[in-house]
Design a protein around this ligand. Sequence first.
Ligand SMILES: *Cc1c(COP(=O)(O)O)cnc(C)c1O
Length: 453
Amino acid sequence: MAADMFTFDPELADRIFAYCRERLAMAPVALDFGGTGTDLTGALEGIITPLGTDPAAVLELFTEVLAPRVISGDSERFLAFIPAAPTKASLLFDMIVSASALHAASWLESAGAVAAENQVLELLASLAGLPSGAGGCFVSGGSLGNLSALAVARDDAYRRRPALAGRKVRIALSQEAHSSIGSALHLLHVDPVLVPTVDHQLTGAALAKVLADDPDPETIVAVAATAGTTNAGIIDDLAGVAAVAQEHDLWFHVDGAYGLAGLLSDAVRPRFAGLELADSFIVDPHKWLFAPFDACALLYRRPQLARAVHTQHASYLDILHDDHNIEWNPSDYAVHLSRRPRGLPIWFSLAVHGTAAYGHAVDQAIAIAHDAAALIEAHPDLELIRQPGLSIVLFRRRGWTTADYEAWSERLVLDQIGFVTPTGWEGETVARFAFLHPHTTLEMVEEILATMR
Ligand SMILES: *Cc1c(COP(=O)(O)O)cnc(C)c1O
């Protein structure tokens, strides 16, 4: 048996390819849901044995029992959190990445893969207005991207300001920053400095005031702004924050995991003015750039600063940093070493479809968000909380309690009408739509709204 597992099995391959073909062709993608309190221990029991199980039986367990108990992030009816809508080309190419077991930690091993990933990173950097020489790598998600960038922000401050030695440093952010920034600061042993927001937006003026009022401003070494908050799609005052950051010598990080997909849209890009001054930024292709999980693009203005922090040194790795191998090692720019070239699926899809198609798809999500907002405004029982930020709509059903929203959300997914989860807004539970999938229609939105009786 053991020898066989490295030999191509055409029958098993046919089964897997057939499943992949069917799943890729599924239109629409079934929303699916495992129900609340799903218990699969019984279904999985005994499947892993010393001598192996018939592959047909294992695949059947996956297709019949496990897969239907995963809500499809790529369903056009998934409007919760931040959905996903990978292009077919990107999903297909992801299969090539897997089938080839591609590895892309270093230039020595994988120049061909890294060069293509870097082409995407260069495109994003140039749309953002970063100078040539900017660069970075793809990591698994925004959380790791934020952590990696803020580690560089912190260490760069210690390096440049010897007076900080032995002191805890701080990073400024607003209440609306993503939870992953809070986790990153905790891991980095950095304290947050909360900047009060103006209508949920972090502004340069508010940051300047916090710095002016702080008894110990020299320990504030960076600011993390958000380009498209996850809860409401709000873009911080990037230009204002950038100016204050420059004046006070702060590292300027922009978390655009969701919103910076708007860089691909000619209509949205101007709203990111100030981003060109960022020291680092992130955007997740697995969100609004229509790539499969798991992919976050992490960019640095001066990548050499990241290299100084993240390069792993070990005798067995020395060869990766020989003069002739140092061209570009993705492993030098984040908290990782071994990695799949997760930038390749979006590279392939961008090359095949062109950047204009991406801009158009981003614009489409914004358009349906505005159409949905108009429906809500016209509805007697519903109230729009604010005009959509990018493609996110917050609204309330008059008279509903938190329990009403939760019961409604569960019923919706049980009935396979949609996956919509409530959120908190100014202390109140409200409903939230996050649009992203180009196949989500206004009729689907109407169908969902009609259930809020
Ligand atoms: C989703 C999100 C993150 C976290 O990204 P992951 O890829 O889920 O780790 C960080 N910041 C913002 C603004 C996000 O929307």
